[in-house]
Design a protein around this ligand. Structure first.
Ligand code: ISL
Ligand code: CA
Length: 532
């Protein structure tokens, strides 16, 4: 079996709750996704990453799983899921699922059983008589009390951490993975995978965020678990894994993905998501394109195979963050798309990115649904941050920015009922229906881009070489013995002089550029050039 088939994957991430509602309850669902599969196929992608659809009380929108082997009734039935896998396959699309195995829901039967001290499930989770000083990803202590014992939860208190020191946990998860792989899924996106193994429960060094992380961040025990899952499960299927790995540098990324290590196939790094923040994601600073260019270049040069993304369900919208979501929305969204799909690695497109959806337009706190947003708002209040500042913090960073429902037409088109999360009013002019009609749309740019990527092996297997990486300009070359393609991006709203001489045939341009004799790059201009 060719293990590296996935190098040809172009992945489209679907956040089921916000994609398409088929049964008029304001919540996206699996039949809704099936009804839009032709749209996904026409985009040209060949893999869908489905955010969690498992049974869940939805404390964290499905990232709190109460049964790994059943489907959340809000999203449909197991038959719907089987149908989705099949209908996707007939369109040349494979599905990868989210695998959330750092924690379960507190409503999972394992956790309910585990609350009895003499239960065989007791050691499925991490119980102690006394908490340590660790803090959680969503702020505050990482421990909560039931009876007179405390359990560890790196995320919300409804997300107790599994105990990966217990071999029974490994057996359960192997069973879960096989169950889905046997149904024909193409692999997993492994949620916060590099924090699952806790090597000690001592007090950690005090930090502003995530006190205790030195005892669970990318531990050797985690590498061992990954090798076991690979050898005993994944290697027996045609599939791939992408790990979501928080706080990793390029070396740590390689330690998880180099082929000889037999662990994961690729990971989502976060370093490029940190370029517009100070210390943690709640404190944003002005985005400086050169920082992004520098980090991307580093990861391109140092990491064996990248999982490239500019947005997902946890991050602000890429066009609002790294582009300009007002005057140059169309140009900058196309430029960012070209960049993301020309880098070396597997590209991930987050639903709505292909039509240039922007951050949500929430007016007040009650319109936000995300648990993290509410936790951080409350913490900021406790710390006496003024209201205007608290609102500013969440307006820029809330995960709900990317979770607003998909804008299918001018009236929304997502649901006939009130959506679970407020739609962005700009659906009147940013929507799929209009994008299909308009040949100059961001959507049509993505389609062209994807077909160029499919036709040019150099964009998949070619090496990466940076040619110019300063003053907001990112010029790089992808090449192998047979051909070479140059990608030019102006990441600023200023016109710039072309920094180096480029010649060849223009494959794609976001300004209908016809030749390379014009030496001025327009705001957010992007060009793909085939050298001759
Ligand atoms: O956004 C983040 C860093 O900028 C963090 O939210 C980080 O990505 C996240 O905490 C880890 O995310 C994943 O696991 C969480 C879940 O809430 C996220 O939606 C998921 O992507 C817990 O399962
Ligand atoms: Ca529904």
């Amino acid at each position: 079996m060719n293990r590296e088939l996935w190098k040809h994957s172009i992945v489209y991430q679907i956040y089921p709750r916000s994609f398409m509602d088929s049964n008029h309850d304001g919540i996206g669902d699996i039949p809704g996704i099936i009804s839009k599969l032709d749209y996904v196929r026409d985009l040209g992608v060949n893999v869908i990453w489905l955010s969690p659809v498992y049974a869940s009380p939805n404390d964290d929108n499905g990232y709190d799983i109460s049964d790994y082997l059943s489907i959340n009734p809000e999203y449909g039935t197991m038959d719907d899921m089987d149908q989705l896998i099949e209908e996707a396959r007939t369109r040349g699309i494979r599905i990868i699922m989210d695998l959330v195995i750092n924690h379960t829901s507190d409503e999972h039967k394992w956790f309910i059983e585990s609350q009895k001290k003499d239960s065989p499930y007791r050691d499925y989770y991490i119980w102690r008589d006394k908490p340590n000083n660790w803090t959680s990803f969503f702020s505050g202590t990482a421990w909560d009390k039931i009876g007179n014992s405390y359990y560890l939860h790196l995320f919300s208190k409804k997300q107790p951490d599994l105990n990966w020191n217990n071999p029974d946990v490994m057996e359960e998860i192997k069973h879960v993975m096989k169950f889905w792989l046997d149904k024909g899924i193409y692999g997993f996106r492994c949620d916060v995978i590099n924090v699952i193994f806790k090597s000690s429960l001592e007090n950690g060094k005090k930090r502003l965020v995530l006190t205790g992380r030195e005892f669970y961040h990318s531990q050797e025990g985690c590498h061992e678990i990954l090798r076991t899952l690979r050898k005993e499960v994944l290697d027996h299927y045609e599939c791939f894994t992408v790990g979501e790995t928080v706080m990793v540098n390029t070396k740590e990324a390689n330690d998880l993905i180099l082929p000889q290590r037999k662990e994961l196939d690729m990971v989502f790094g976060f370093e490029h998501m940190e370029v517009d923040q100070i210390n943690n994601k709640w404190f944003k600073t002005k985005f400086k394109p050169d920082k992004l260019i520098k980090v991307l270049t580093k990861w391109q040069k140092e990491v064996y195979w990248n999982a490239n993304y500019l947005s997902n369900h946890d991050q602000p919208r890429s066009v609002s963050r790294f582009g300009d979501d007002k005057k140059y929305r169309i140009e900058s969204a196309k430029m960012l798309g070209t960049l993301n799909l020309s880098l070396k690695g597997t590209p991930y497109i987050y639903q709505g990115e292909e039509i240039g959806m922007t951050n949500g337009d929430f007016k007040n706190l009650s319109e936000y649904q995300d648990i993290e947003t509410h936790r951080i708002y409350a913490l900021a209040k406790k710390l006496m941050f003024p209201k205007w500042y608290r609102m500013k913090m969440i307006r820029k960073t809330s995960r709900d920015n990317a979770r607003t429902p998909m804008q299918w037409n001018q009236d929304g088109g997502f649901s006939t009922k009130k959506p679970w999360l407020k739609m962005n009013e700009n659906m009147k002019f940013i929507n799929v229906f209009d994008s299909i009609q308009n040949s100059d749309s961001i959507l049509n740019h993505y389609k062209e881009l994807i077909s160029i990527r499919k036709e040019n092996d150099v964009l998949i297997n070619g090496s990466f070489e940076p040619l110019y990486t300063k003053s907001g300009l990112f010029v790089f070359k992808r090449y192998h013995s047979k051909s070479s393609i140059i990608c030019v991006s102006n990441l600023t709203k200023k016109a710039k002089k072309m920094p180096i001489k480029i010649s060849g045939k223009i494959l794609l341009s976001n300004y209908k550029r016809e030749n390379l004799s014009d030496q001025i790059l327009k705001p957010y201009e992007s060009i793909l050039v085939m050298e001759e």
